[in-house]
Design a protein around this ligand. Structure first.
Ligand code: IPE
Ligand code: IPE
Ligand code: MG
Ligand code: MG
Ligand code: MG
Length: 391
């Protein structure tokens, strides 16, 4: 076994007769294949190309002790390792269910199914579905019961990304380490694949969540978060702010004066955009989990406040990553917000104050979980990951 920083090269036996490199990043364990010899003790699933490399995710929960021992030597804390191992396992479970939901169907045009599956199954952190599962767990519910809602929210998130990347919106060429949907399938198909994922999400919840009253409550929650007063409304406000900045760029005088009142106004406007375009859906992930577990009103309301904080922190982190992040890790281009003239937290507040704001939101969010006890530990851990992530 070779150790090189956070990269661990291990011989693994997969029948592919190559050697793999297990790269332990702060957030994920990825197997980047040079060649492969997979160990039978590793449960492996193969994912599509990620930044030009074939990526294989492994079930770290079943990793040999020796590897964990090496990870400790490599400076990672044991609890972080354990949590990351759980994230990988949960992501794998979500991915299997998503795959099942977008299998080819006799009545669906094959190109549409391919376009939907291309974006839905093409990577992604799966933060929203994992939030659904962990919130459900925090309220005493099971992952199985919450899985349809977890998949549904990922479908809506994926549709929002396909549309967000369109030339009429952010005009992006890369997403999740691959060409954007419209670059591969054309704009018409990308719009329709997004539409189909949006509607499929509600079909899945209405059909697969039990009992019917809980399914109805989940549909109403998700529709409200994703719709005109939620994510779609926020995307409109985001576009309007971008157009406004183009039409009325700040004068040199205003820039130099650092007009405090203007900054305050802009920050209030930006917070309202972020809370809707991203925050509402993230918050809905948390409340969907609570609804499936049939949580009481007090738990639901605490989790809603938790979700609001995490949602805003998430978009602040996204803004920061557009300035400080690494395109290869992110799987999408960086520096786009400034080039489009978007209003962002680092743009208005600067990098360090934005980071502090995200951290404060997460600290406050985690405080709201105290009454849930140990059952909410993983939910709190995931919230901390949201602010600290590098992709
Ligand atoms: C990116 O979301 C888009 C925003 C809402 C900021 P994620 O960072 O969760 O993207 P994936 O799902 O991991 O690709
Ligand atoms: C996207 O926000 C929000 C939604 C898709 C609803 P961004 O435009 O900042 O997301 P990225 O940076 O393209 O992933
Ligand atoms: Mg956008
Ligand atoms: Mg975008
Ligand atoms: Mg962004």
């Amino acid at each position: 076994m070779l150790l090189n920083g956070h990269n661990v090269a291990i011989p693994i036996d997969s029948g592919r007769e190559n050697e793999g490199i297990l790269r332990i990043s702060n957030q994920f364990c990825h197997l980047f294949f040079q060649s492969t010899l997979l160990s039978p003790s590793l449960s492996i699933s193969i994912f599509p190309a990620w930044v030009g490399l074939e990526v294989v995710r492994c079930n770290v929960a079943r990793m040999p002790d020796e590897i964990f021992a090496r990870m400790r030597m490599d400076g990672m804390s044991v609890s972080l390792q354990e949590f990351e191992a759980e994230l990988v396992v949960l992501r794998d479970r979500v991915n299997s269910c998503l795959t099942h939901y977008v299998m080819p169907h006799a009545d669906c045009p094959s190109r549409l199914q391919e376009s939907m599956a291309y974006s839905l199954l093409g990577g992604g952190k799966r933060l929203r579905p994992i939030l659904v599962l962990l919130a459900c767990e925090a309220c005493g519910g099971s992952f199985e019961a919450a899985m349809p809602a977890a998949c549904a929210i990922e479908m809506i998130h994926t549709y929002s990304l396909i549309h967000d990347d369109l030339p009429a919106m952010d005009n992006d060429d890369y997403r999740r380490g691959r060409l954007t949907n419209h670059k591969v399938f054309g704009e018409g198909m990308a719009i329709l694949a997004g539409d189909a994922l949006l509607t499929l999400a509600f079909e899945v919840i209405a059909r697969d969540i039990r009992p019917g009253e809980v399914a109805a409550a989940c549909c109403a929650d998700l529709a409200s978060a994703a719709g005109w007063c939620g994510m779609v409304g926020g995307q409109v406000a985001d576009l309007e702010a971008e157009q406004d900045l183009k039409q009325h760029p700040p004068t040199e005088f205003a820039r130099q004066e650092h007009d405090a009142a203007k900054i305050r106004d802009d920050l209030a406007k930006l917070e309202a955009i972020h809370r809707r375009k991203t925050g509402r859906l993230l918050c809905s992930a948390v409340t969907l989990g609570a609804r499936v577990a049939e949580a009481n009103a007090d738990s639901l309301s605490r989790l809603e406040s938790f979700g609001k904080n995490v949602g805003l922190a998430f978009q602040i982190a996204d803004d920061l990553l557009d300035v400080t992040g690494d395109a290869a890790k992110l799987g999408k281009n960086v520096g786009k917000d400034a080039s489009l003239g978007k209003m962002t937290y680092p743009g208005l507040l600067g990098v360090d104050p934005s980071r502090r704001k995200a951290d404060d939101l997460i600290t406050e969010a985690c405080g709201l979980l105290d009454s849930f006890g140990r059952r909410a530990d993983k939910l709190a851990e995931l919230a901390r990951f949201v602010a600290k992530r590098d992709h």
